[in-house]
Ligand binder design. Structure first.
Ligand SMILES: [Zn+2]
Length: 122
C-alpha cells in the first residue's frame, strides 16, 4: 500500500499552487516535493502558435532574465511568429504600393483633363 505523505509547507489545501510530487529518498522514505505551476509557452498574437526563441518561464522569472530570453531580433520579435510578421510586412508594402499607384493615376487623369481643357479653349 502506498504510504501517506504530508505537505512540507504550511498550506494544507489541495490547491493549484500547492501541488506535490511524491519521491522516494535513498533511505526509502516517501517525501513530498513541492512543484511549481505549469507554464504555457508564449504564443503568437495572430495565429496562436508557440513562439520559437522565447523561453518558457513563470511570470516572475521573466523579470529576472535578460531581454534576449524574451524576444527575437526582428520586427514584432517575441510577439508575432515569423510567418505572421512576413504577412504583415507584405501587406503593408502592398497597401503602400497601391496608394502610390492611385496617386499616379490621379495625377495622370488631371494632366489629361488640363490638356483637353486647353485644346477646347483654343
Ligand atoms: Zn503567427
Amino acid at each position: 500500500m502506498a504510504g501517506r505523505v504530508t505537505f512540507r509547507r504550511r498550506n494544507p489545501y489541495n490547491t493549484k499552487s500547492n501541488k506535490i510530487k511524491v519521491v522516494k529518498t535513498p533511505g526509502g522514505k516517501l517525501v513530498a516535493h513541492h512543484l511549481k505551476k505549469l507554464t504555457a509557452r508564449p504564443k503568437c498574437g495572430d495565429c496562436g502558435s508557440a513562439l520559437a526563441g522565447v523561453s518558457t518561464l513563470r511570470p516572475r522569472e521573466y523579470a529576472q532574465v535578460s531581454k534576449t530570453h524574451k524576444t527575437v531580433q526582428r520586427a514584432y520579435g517575441g510577439s508575432r511568429c515569423a510567418n505572421c510578421t512576413k504577412e504583415r510586412v507584405v501587406r503593408a508594402f502592398l497597401i503602400e504600393e497601391q496608394k502610390i499607384v492611385k496617386r499616379v493615376l490621379k495625377e495622370k487623369e488631371e494632366k489629361e483633363k488640363k490638356a483637353a481643357a486647353k485644346k477646347s479653349s483654343k
